[in-house]
Ligand binder design. Structure first.
Ligand SMILES: NC(=O)C1=CN([C@@H]2O[C@H](COP(=O)(O)OP(=O)(O)OC[C@H]3O[C@@H](n4cnc5c(N)ncnc54)[C@H](OP(=O)(O)O)[C@@H]3O)[C@@H](O)[C@H]2O)C=CC1
Ligand SMILES: O=CC(=O)O
Length: 388
């Protein structure tokens, strides 16, 4: 089936229908003011006809295809289905799947998460106007290639900040107070006497929290530390943030080393970019206090995992809380997972029903705007918009 450049029901008529309406309008103009009874009859005929074309795919009406991949939530799928012929594929599907490949060939939009969208992907998607990520991080997008193809790229910033900050601060507490380990201790029947000292945790309140990457989420984490736990806040960031400093008494560390040397908790929240690749490696872990805890909520790419295993085993740092890994899902036999001083979660920063719904809806709105020729609210590659 070929494609027809129509989206809404208003456009869903064959040319002959439109000419017929135009002829009637012309005749009505020369006939003077309309008879209200006739006007009402014409209006209901118009609606019936539109219903017929929408419902039965009559001549000239065909919804455009949109491909959705993985966790695109129901409210967003419903929103998209009102306007498009939505084809939803599960996690793991790729262009080796013939149906996915065919739908992608015809689709005007793609919405999903985690899948790499690069030159190769876009060669299979020649009609796509927009690729809409259901996440704020877009390291799975090759923005240069997407821009070269004249395709708009969008993401979902802002609406997930508090949810992610809660999860990452949860890792701070779980790691410091050894909650998963002690949960097992209770459930496995080992709680038969007063807790031995070697199972004690460390305080979080009144300690120093160092945030690397004090953007939307980094600042939301700092807010919890500052106002919930009376922590002193240090931050290292590409640019200095005077507002943030004022609100949270945060102190800027232009040099990462300064933050690493002074912090009790180091929380990494930068995007994954070529500059942040293995930002934390042997040298950086050695700079940290041996009583300090490292938390990664950014992406696995920002941490040299072999160096982290070494730092945790040698006692260069006390413990680590990790929501993200270089390979996801992380393999069950990964050396990090064998360490008792590591607490993990399966990349769950934004994983609450409410927030995932909101992210999916925002991603759907981005897609719809772009396909309808409007500037999507969360456009990443402005150049494509300016060119049009
Ligand atoms: N674990 C999870 O489930 C989730 C993880 N994330 C991750 O968190 C990241 C951040 O999201 P968000 O806070 O919304 O993004 P923002 O863009 O608001 O914040 C990123 C911050 O990192 C800073 N930064 C970028 N590069 C560097 C660098 N080389 N050195 C120091 N600082 C740097 C930026 O500085 P500047 O202000 O100067 O640009 C900015 O302040 C996402 O890209 C994603 O990877 C996001 C959501 C959930
Ligand atoms: O990791 C999640 C995101 O939104 O980025």
């Amino acid at each position: 089936m070929g494609q027809i450049g129509v989206v809404s029901g208003r456009d869903a008529f064959s040319r002959s229908s439109i000419w017929s309406i135009q002829r009637k309008q012309k005749a009505a103009f020369f006939a003077g003011p309309p008879d209200p009874v006739v006007a009402e009859r014409d209006a209901s005929a118009f609606l019936r006809k539109r219903y017929f074309y929408q419902s039965y795919g009559g001549e000239g009406y065909m919804k455009q295809k949109v491909v959705a991949y993985s966790r695109v939530r129901k409210p967003a799928r419903e929103l998209l289905s009102e306007k498009f012929d939505l084809r939803h594929y599960p996690y793991g599907t790729d262009v080796t799947d013939e149906n996915f490949k065919k739908d992608l060939q015809e689709a005007v939009g793609y919405i999903g998460l985690e899948k790499t969208v690069d030159d190769e992907f876009l060669k299979h998607a020649p009609n796509v106007k927009v690729v809409s990520n259901v996440s704020v991080g877009y390291d799975n997008f090759d923005i240069e290639a997407i821009t070269k193809h004249g395709v708009m790229a969008t993401n979902t910033p802002g609406i997930l900040d508090d949810t992610v900050a809660d999860a990452i601060f949860g890792l701070v507490l779980a790691t410091a107070r050894r909650i998963p380990e002690l949960d097992r201790y209770v459930k496995e029947g080992d709680w038969t006497e007063a807790l031995p000292d070697e199972r004690f945790g460390v305080d979080v309140h009144h300690k120093t929290l160092g945030v690397i990457g004090a953007g939307r989420i980094g600042q939301a984490i700092a807010k919890r530390g500052r106002f919930g736990f009376d922590m002193d806040i240090l931050y290292h960031n590409r640019s200095q943030k005077p507002d943030f400093e004022e609100k949270m008494d945060a102190v800027y560390c232009a040099e990462l080393d300064e933050l690493l040397e002074k912090s009790d908790y180091v929380c990494l929240m930068t995007p994954a970019t070529p500059e942040t690749q293995n930002l934390m490696s042997t040298e950086q872990f050695k700079k940290m206090k041996d009583t300090a805890i490292f938390i990664n909520g950014s992406r696995g790419a920002t941490v040299d995992e072999d160096a982290l295993v070494e730092a945790l085993t040698n006692g260069d740092i006390l413990a680590a809380g990790l929501d993200v890994f270089k390979e996801e899902p992380v393999s069950a036999d990964h050396p990090l997972l064998r360490l008792e001083n590591v607490v993990t979660t399966p990349h769950i920063g934004s994983s609450t029903g409410e927030t995932e719904d909101n992210m999916s809806i925002l991603a759907a709105e981005n897609l719809i705007a772009a396909v309808e020729g409007k500037r999507p609210p969360n456009l990443i590659n402005e150049e494509v918009w300016k060119k049009n």
